[in-house]
Design a protein around this ligand. Structure first.
Ligand code: IDP
Ligand code: MG
Length: 137
């Protein structure tokens, strides 16, 4: 069993895709172990994406991630990290496989609907960024 962090980004929430995204995870054998709707400040978004602080898109990305509410989730299951990444599709929706969330719904490489931790070490820092252990079931 593995845990990963997923986020339905502000564009996904605005497009009314909360149920759609959760349903795709559940239909692929994954389980929602924790879930909440919150709104990040610019500073919190900068903290979450600190690994990208030197990228040219950091300012724009963190504005986007703090523009409206998001849904943060802990997803649990066998090979959850890779499964979630596969269901999401490539970062750039134009490169994403047909049938993935990003290919089906994303507008561009920045506004790409969902986040999923990229590896175990990332998941282990991203989950406690949003959830304490007593919120995860
Ligand atoms: P990932 O979300 O697929 O792991 P990362 O490279 O970790 O992709 O980038 C984090 C987020 O930053 C992306 O999901 C996307 O919202 C945004 N992003 C990535 N690359 C670009 C870019 O080239 N231009 C604008 N935004 C980008
Ligand atoms: Mg990433």
């Amino acid at each position: 069993m593995q845990r990963t962090l997923s986020i339905i980004k502000p564009d996904g929430v605005k497009k009314n895709l909360i149920g759609e995204v959760i349903s795709r995870f559940e239909k692929n054998g994954l389980r929602i172990a924790a879930l909440k709707k919150i709104k990040l400040t610019k500073e919190q978004a900068q903290g979450f994406y600190i690994v990208h602080k030197d990228k040219p898109f950091y300012h724009s990305l963190t504005n986007f991630m703090s523009e409206g509410p998001i849904v943060v989730m802990v997803i649990e299951g066998e090979d959850a990290i890779n499964k979630v990444r596969k269901i999401m599709g490539a970062t750039n929706p134009s490169m994403a496989e047909p049938g993935t969330i990003r290919r089906d719904f994303a507008d561009d490489v920045e506004r790409n609907i969902v986040h999923g931790s990229d590896k175990l070490e990332t998941a282990m820092t991203e989950i406690p960024f949003f959830f304490s252990e007593i919120e995860i079931f």
